[in-house]
Unconditional design. Structure first.
Length: 167
């Protein structure tokens, strides 16, 4: 009986380690580019883009990590996200649906916190705070709109985009 318990425990540990490694595969990818967002005198965040190839291609999986350089309440982050989607031309109803998804998962960030959005090749996504998974997103259009805040050619911050895509 004891041998079965030990076997089961080892099996659980092995499966857990494997799924954890797969979930954070993007951490080992090469960095495509880095950029810093400033607002007036204030440094807001550092960002970096990773892909499996180390090059930016819109069809490839990618991970965008934003490391905050100041404390920002979740409400401000959600509001800024909605404003960016509005500037990119997404309709109000769609933005409301997306904000309804993001609002309950978005944390208050403190200086040094890192939020990563991992966009898989199939369009599904994951939101991470440091090493903790915040949510899975099956909404492919929202996922692409979210990453578009930084990577769209219509972004409000074209210099940031160029830094992230390595140009």
């Amino acid at each position: 009986m004891m041998n079965y318990r030990i076997f089961f425990l080892v099996l659980l540990l092995a499966v857990g380690a494997q799924s954890g490694a797969m979930a954070s595969e993007w951490r080992a990818w090469p960095v495509v580019g880095k950029a810093q967002l400033t607002w007036g005198f204030w440094k807001v965040y550092n960002s970096e883009l990773r892909t499996p190839s180390g090059e930016y291609a819109a069809q490839e999986s990618l991970a965008l990590t934003i490391t905050y350089l100041r404390n920002i309440p979740s409400e401000r982050l959600v509001e800024a996200t909605e404003q960016q989607w509005k500037k990119l031309g997404y309709p109000l109803g769609q933005r409301r649906d997306w904000i309804a998804f993001l609002s309950p998962i978005w944390p208050d960030v403190r200086e040094g916190d890192a939020i990563t959005f991992y966009l898989k090749q199939d369009g599904k996504g994951e939101f991470w705070l440091d090493d903790r998974l915040l949510a899975h997103s099956e909404d492919i259009e929202m996922n692409r709109a979210f990453i578009g805040i930084w990577l769209s050619q219509q972004t409000e911050y074209p210099e940031l985009r160029l830094g992230l895509i390595g140009r």
